[in-house]
Write a protein that binds this ligand. Sequence first.
Ligand SMILES: *Cc1c(COP(=O)(O)O)cnc(C)c1O
Length: 302
Amino acid sequence: MKGDAGECDAALSRIDCIQIRGRTFFVKRDDLIDPLLSGNKYRKLYRLMQVECGQCQRIVSYGGTQSNAMLSIAALCHQKGWQFHYTCKPVPERLQHHPSGNLKMALEFGMQLHEVAHDEYEAAILALQSQCDELSLFVPQGGADPMAQQGIAVLAQEISLWRQQNKVEMLYVVTPSGTGTTAFYLAMALPDATVLTTPAVGDKDYLLAQMRRLGAAPANLKILQRSKKYHFAKPYPELFAIYEELIDAGIEFDLIYGTLMWRTLLQHIDHFEGTILYVHSGGLTGNETMLARYRRQGFIAS
Ligand SMILES: *Cc1c(COP(=O)(O)O)cnc(C)c1O
């Protein structure tokens, strides 16, 4: 079986092959599509990219201050000449004085940040959508929106073509979940494959509730249980160990979603006989601030 990109020229990303603990894994390199609009954010914002510059003046969104979605939207708005208004909770003082990582880059792209006090945040984000006029587009946190379906369907077509060309019989497609939007639409678009995911935010019930907003959960979507509770975006030595193991295997993954997905996948791997295709969800720009946190907490020698 071969997995080189030359076989499907139209694909936005190639498929690589890595060996981990004696097993072969294929990796869809969506991290390489674009340095800023990378991974599943590129796929989820695909439809926005098709909007002509003059048809919109601003994007309105909200969420965390190191969010990958935030940076991707900021980069897109910069390309399109659109304003980007982003509502968040108060920025921690350290970050306010020394913006770093995704926040720094998004601000450099002209993102206008609107900080709202914790107790006013819920009301402020509820009001955002109604404040939009016809030249504004509202994007929910993390790009969790039906508009994501179109770009993820393109990803699914690329996967289906590769599968046909390589005569893959039993296929598992693996990708980590925040809002679950990517895994949900991938499973819908690939009814003959099984999509495996794990929640990086909250637990399985939280993820199912998020997905229910998009529709009834497809039967071919499986949520793998993590071995313990992980707080979102917190450093854990065992996740750093996986990060290094993956780098040794040849590919860097993000330290929030990717490492947790790989750890969970490897714990359950004996249940899955067949071909495994991991969809790299990008997010590498966030590693700078995550590595700094690992260093501050003494998990890596500086
Ligand atoms: C946003 C993000 C996810 C989560 O995607 P959802 O569609 O919200 O589930 C996973 N991995 C990375 C690297 C991300 O940036």
